[in-house]
Design a protein around this ligand. Sequence first.
Ligand code: SIN
Length: 509
Amino acid sequence: MNYDYLILGSGIAGLYAALLAAQHGRTAVVTKGPIEESNTKYAQGGIAAAVGPGDSVTAHRNDTLAAGAGLCDPAAVDVLVREAPDRIRRLTELGVPFDSEEGQVALGREGAHSRARILHAGGDRTGDAIETVMVRRVREAGVEVFDRHAVTELRTRDGRVTGVEALDPTGRPVLFQATRTILATGGAGQLYTLTTNPSVATGDGVALAWRAGAVVRDMEFVQFHPTALALPGVPTFLLTEALRGEGAILRTPAGAGGGGRAFMPNYHPLGDLAPRDVVARAIATEMRRSGSDHVLLDITHADPDFIAARFPGVHQHCLRYELDITRAPAPVAPAAHYFMGGVYTDHWGRTTLPGLYACGEVASTGVHGANRLASNSLLETVVFAQRAVEASQRGDAPAAPPPDTTPLALPRLTAAPDRATLQSLLWSQAGIVRDPQGLADAAATIDAWGAPSAGVEGATLANMALVGRLIVQAASRRTESRGAHYRSDAPESDPNWRRHLSFVRPDPQ
Ligand code: SIN
C-alpha cells in the first residue's frame, strides 16, 4: 500500500494532521486501537488559548515559560501561543462545540494560568467532543483508516523513513509505504501503576523512532496529575484540575491527626492552583505523613447544580461508585499523566530523520520544558500538526540534531515480562520522587529482562521497556530537581543543569 502521508495514531494530533494531509494526497491513519481510543478522548480540562477579554499572548507565553522551569524553548512557545487563536477558530469551524456563556466563549481556569483561558466543550467532556468531531471529519475527507493495526517498525532506506510494518487485527504483518510518515502516537502513561491514560498509551512512537535512529529529548520529565480518583478497587480516573479552578480545595485525609485541613497554602503562594509538579509532590508528602493512600478533593461548598452542569463527566462517573462530589470530598492521589519529552522536533514538526515528522505528546517540540502548563497539550497538537504538514509540502530536510545530543548505547533489546511488573518498577524507582540507587536498580532490572515475544503485546512490552529505560537513563543523568523531575538527593534546581538531555542510538537499524 502506497501513500503520500501515513499518520500513526488517532488522537487529535493524528486526526488533525490527517485532515490537512488529505488535501495534498492519499492519506492513511494507522492506529493501534479503535480509532477514537486515545488520550484525547479522556481530556477533561480543555484547550488553552489567549482569546478572552483581558488576556494576551504575552500573558499565555509568560505562564507557559514559568511552568516550564527554565527548559521551554521560547521560540517554540511563541509559535504555540501566537497560533492558538487561529487554531481555535479552525476547530470551531470544523464543528467542535466549545461551551459558551451569555454569547461569549466560556473560559475555565487551571493551575499556574494567570487568567481564565481554558476553552472546554460539554463541560468536562472536552476531549470526547473534539475526538468525535475529528473522527467524523477524517472519514468525510476520505482518509483511509486502519484501526487495530499495531506498527512494529519504521522502515528506512538510506536513513530516510519510507513507511512502516504493522500487525493487522489477525496478527498478520502488513507493509505500508509512504512518502511522509507523521508520528502522532501520543503518550506513555501506561508505564506507571497509576495513570490517567488509556491502555493504548504505551510510548510506542518514541520506541519506534528511537530504533530507527531519531533523537529523543527530555525523557526524564514525566508529569503526574495531582488528582486522580483513588477509590479502592476502582480504576484510576482523572478529576480535572478545572475543579480546583472552580474553587475545589485539597484537604488532608480524615482521621490523619487533623484530617480535613487545607494544606496547599503551606506549599505554594498559588495554593491549590500551584504548578502541577508542586501539587503532586505536596500530595505525596501529605500521603506519606498521614500513612494514607489518598488526600481529599473538596468542592462540597459549591452550588451542586453548577457542579453537575459544569463537570457532568466527573460527577456522573463518581456517582457510579456511590460518591456524590457535591456532598462529599473525593479521595484523590497523583497518577502519571503526560510526557513532556519525546521524539525531538524543530518548530516545524520535523524529526532528525528525513521523511519522519512528529506532533502531539510523542514529540518534544520544546513548548513544555520541564513541566507542562495545563491544557497546553491539546493546543500543541493542532499547532504543530499543521506546521508538520506545511513543512512536508515545502521540502524534505530533517531537523538538525540539537547541540546537546549524545549517543546512548543501550545494552540490548529487552521486553517487560508483563505490564504490571514494569509499571510497579517505574512507579517506585522512577516516579514522583527519584534517587540514584532506585534509578540504578531500575536500569539493572530492565537490562536483565529477556527478549520480546511475538505478537502485539510482545511488541508493546518491548516498547514499554525501552521507553522506561530511556526515562531511567535521563533521570539518572540529571543530578538536580527541575519541574516534574524530582531527585531526593538533589532537591534544588542547579543553574548548570538549565539544559536538555538528548540521546540518539549510535547504531540505528
Ligand atoms: C485536567 O483536566 O486536569 C487535565 C488537563 C491537562 O492535562 O492539560
